[in-house]
Ligand binder design. Sequence first.
Ligand code: SF4
Length: 379
Amino acid sequence: MNSWGEVAAQVAPLEDVALDIALTGEMQRRHRALRGGHAGRINFYTPTFKAYSTSELTGCGKSAWPAVSITGGDCQLQCDHCKAKILEPMIPARTPDELWRVVNGEIERGARGMLLSGGSNRRNEVEYDAFYPTLRRIKQAFPAFRIALHTALVDRDIALRMEACGIDAAMMDVIGSQDTISQVYHLRRGVADFERSLACLTATTLKVVPHIVIGLHYGKLLGEWNALEIVRRHRPAALVLVVVMPFYAPALRPYATPDPHEVGRLLLDARGALPDIPLLLGCARPAGTVKAQIDAYAVMAGLNGIAHPADGMVELAARLGREVRVTPACCSIALGDEVLALDSTESGIAIDVQHVIERERSRRRPHAALSRIPVVVRA
Ligand code: SF4
């Protein structure tokens, strides 16, 4: 059997992409030990495959999962990697009445759910207090409308209030390094506050999906392994990993691009730490060769979902014998879909991988051995 490094080299878009052979070898060895329903299947979230979609598919999901901010573009924390820019494209709903109007309008336009977020106060809390009755009203009026809430830090009382208003999923960033909390977030709180928040959320019936932002410490990996340990202790519904995109970092504190091989190592360790919890690679990550490297490692490490995969990933997954599914979601807010559809029949459609690969091949120069790819096709 070929080594996975050799298999990757047979995928045309990966021909010139350097992978750490020792790491891919370890991924190959560890993959044999993976068990359970999540081990073999990988779901790609991408609009690229619409051409292969079936008649059951809905179209581009752009308006299906709008992101709404209860503070508009305002945030008191002004973290170094973000400076509140993440909030700018979100739909503002600064009052409960405005939220009600926004949600009604979005539902009329076809929204199936929303990601609700907002800027933080100086304690990294999003002040949802006044919005809970409206969230409850929304869920009572539109039970099928899914609400994923970016919680930020919470205590037990807040977690219970979030649960009581009927939201569907709770998401929070888990940070495992005190230096990152102090320096990047300018926050006078501890790693223990992040763990306590996750514990309070997972003690409810909410579907809790923490995120780890890889490279949050100015592009270095620092608290990520500790964050993994924290997540492992509290067993959430899924874990989303994203790689920092420091577009807005201040000139005085620039961000390096995270080392893709170190990211690959973390992905493998995440799989090892959480063998039976869905692991998703969210759409935020650097572009170009680094993205191809990270995505190839994600496929080999056994992650369950990748948003906007780099070119060649479907072929790589097929060559490694993974069952490939595709969700033709269109945008950065595919996260809502990824998270909320995880356990449902909507979590991707099976595609004719051979068909996809043939089409890819016709775009590129002829390449050997494509016909020998083991393909899993499901009706
Ligand atoms: S708290 Fe959130 S929105 Fe505010 S700057 Fe930090 S990452 Fe951005």
